[in-house]
Design a protein around this ligand. Structure first.
Ligand code: APR
Ligand code: ZN
Length: 372
């Protein structure tokens, strides 16, 4: 490990709500148990916007981006699982492979990861990026808005040769989070009535997960008409524009008063979290997928929860085990069982990264992919 003169072009955040600066920064060689990845594609997720808009203020300077895919550029001492040139998709939950969560296939809850990746530093607490002597952090342990990044070896997930790397980037967060919320966290049963609130890259992937599990009615909710149309493309049976219609009343009407078996919140707003609980029928489950800004809380009526035997569950990264789930999801896409390509609505150069955030703030498009 150490800085040996290698540089990379990266989009660096210096302050909340300030445009990212695309510039040349120094990158260290991978240390023990680390790899350097040459990014081919990286997509923009709302969790990047949460950092940029101050919802989750990170340490700065920091390289944002956590949905990325590329190839192994270099391996650090002791790394045997990766070889230079292998295609990988980045995971933001690089497991330690030793804690009780990793040991049961749940690195999304890894104890080590929570302390290191969660603080945007490497496992040893230091950083691999710098400029002019100032250290630069790596967002969510991935920092994919960069030509190259150094990540823990378990944060680079081998994917099938021939995978489209732009699609593999989106699998690195949105698809795994949404598809996993439906298939792994909620384990939708055949015929279940599902409501999905918020139809970004995450929510639309929830819809594909519900359809893959043979859900019955899939009711998609958003405030943008084009998102509702896209939800139908992905298999939603009904759509509700929350700007025009009361969501609880609409779900009650569509289900003949029964309510939903499962409702997903894929935005991260107090009001819509409370909506997911409000649309449930008896024994219904609300699945909280969206991550609100720090400090947000929600209210639920405990009498209703008890009387109706409701469940409120969280879903982190779709309860995923990335080394198993990334190749599985990409395999489904290769078989034509999942449409991941339609999630990509714009492609831009790294230089134009700030435009992608403006699109997201306006609710335009699904995923913008930066091609490196
Ligand atoms: N009611 C319904 N839909 C809404 C509302 C609302 N009140 N407000 C916003 N939306 C819709 C937007 O129109 C948009 O289609 O929610 C969607 C959010 O999509 P994105 O911004 O693309 O977010 P995404 O990247 O899918 O992430 C969603 O998951 O991982 C977390 O941190 C992430 O909290 C974020 C969430
Ligand atoms: Zn994300």
């Amino acid at each position: 490990m150490g800085f040996e003169g290698r540089t990379t072009r990266a989009a660096v955040m210096y302050g909340v709500n300030e445009p990212l600066i695309v510039e040349e920064i120094e990158i260290a060689e991978p240390g023990p148990g680390e790899v350097m990845v040459k990014l081919a594609a990286s997509s923009v997720c709302h969790s990047d916007l949460h950092a940029l808009d101050g919802g989750w203020p990170p340490q700065v300077p920091i390289v944002l981006g956590h949905e990325g895919a590329g190839t192994i550029e270099a391996v650090g001492p002791g790394v045997t699982r990766h070889a230079v040139g292998d295609p990988v998709s980045l995971s933001w939950t690089p497991g330690c492979e030793r804690c009780r969560f990793c040991l049961v296939g749940r690195p999304n809850l890894c104890e080590r990861m929570m302390a290191t990746t969660g603080s945007n530093v490497m496992v040893d607490g230091t950083t691999r990026l710098r400029k002019g002597g100032q250290e630069i952090y790596t967002y969510m342990g991935t920092g994919s808005f960069s030509g190259y990044t150094v990540v823990p070896e378990t944060g680079a997930i081998p994917i099938p040769a021939g995978s489209h790397l732009d699609v593999a980037a989106v699998v690195g967060c949105a698809v795994t989070t949404g598809f996993g919320a439906a298939t792994k966290t909620a384990r939708i049963a055949v015929g279940d009535t599902a409501v999905v609130i918020g139809l970004g890259g995450v929510g639309l992937s929830v819809i594909q997960g519900c359809v893959a599990q043979s859900a019955g009615m899939v009711i998609a909710v958003d405030v943008h008409e084009d998102k509702l149309a896209t939800a139908k493309h992905f298999g939603a049976t009904h759509v509700v524009n929350a700007r025009e219609t009361d969501v609880s009343a609409a779900v009650a009407e569509l289900t003949g008063g029964r309510g939903a078996d499962v409702a997903f919140e894929a935005i991260g707003l107090k009001a819509t979290i409370e909506q997911t609980i409000g649309v449930l029928g008896p024994r219904g489950t609300a699945v909280l997928v969206g991550m609100p800004p720090s400090g947000v809380t929600f209210e639920a009526d405990p009498t209703l929860v008890a009387m109706m035997e409701l469940s409120i569950v969280g879903s982190n990264y779709g309860s995923a085990n990335p080394p198993v789930d990334f190749p599985r999801i990409l395999g489904l896409a290769q078989l034509g069982r999942l449409d991941l390509a339609s999630l990509i609505t714009r492609r831009i150069a790294l230089e134009d990264i700030n435009e992608a955030f403006e699109d997201m703030k306006r609710g335009e498009g699904i995923r913008t992919v930066v091609s490196h």
